[in-house]
Design a protein around this ligand. Structure first.
Ligand code: HEC
Length: 122
């Protein structure tokens, strides 16, 4: 009768331990892919956007400083503006030049700067 108690305890411990390990590795993977996205976004940014919006998006002129401009904007605004440009202001359209993932990487890069500077709007 008592012989199954250690077995039960052992299985509970096993389940807790494996559940914990799984939760931890999922979080670690999430952070790793965020970091990769930010890294890729920085490269895309510096080769396509930096000559107007500043190296590493750090334009001194607030008219061009994207972390400041975008802090209270939705992601959808970013995708819309980058895809279509703003012809009247001289912002080029990137449709057909950057794909959605490259734009998402650039956005991840800009959001990471907003976070570092504590200016996230959402
Ligand atoms: C030839 C110069 C130029 C290049 C290159 C350029 N932009 Fe712009 N961008 C502008 C101008 C000018 C504006 C209008 C500034 C404003 O509204 O404050 C603008 C505005 C924007 C805005 C809207 C900001 C807001 O809140 O009004 C976004 C988003 C943006 N650019 C993203 C990008 C991204 C991403 C790239 C690179 C893929 C890029 N731009 C490349 C000139 C440029």
């Amino acid at each position: 009768m008592r012989s199954w108690i250690p077995f039960l305890l052992a299985s509970m411990l096993f389940l807790m331990a494996t559940g914990h390990v799984r939760a931890k590795s999922a979080a670690a993977q999430g952070h790793a892919s965020d970091a990769q996205s930010i890294h890729r976004g920085r490269t895309v940014f510096n080769s396509n956007c930096a000559h107007c919006h500043g190296e590493d998006a750090a334009a001194d002129d607030s008219y061009y400083n994207l972390p400041q401009l975008l802090s209270d904007r939705k992601d959808a605004f970013f995708f819309h503006t980058v895809t279509n440009g703003m012809a009247s202001k001289g912002m080029p359209a990137w449709r057909g030049i950057l794909n959605h993932r490259q734009m998402a990487d650039v956005l991840a890069f800009i959001r990471s700067i907003e976070k570092d500077q504590g200016i996230t709007g959402d």
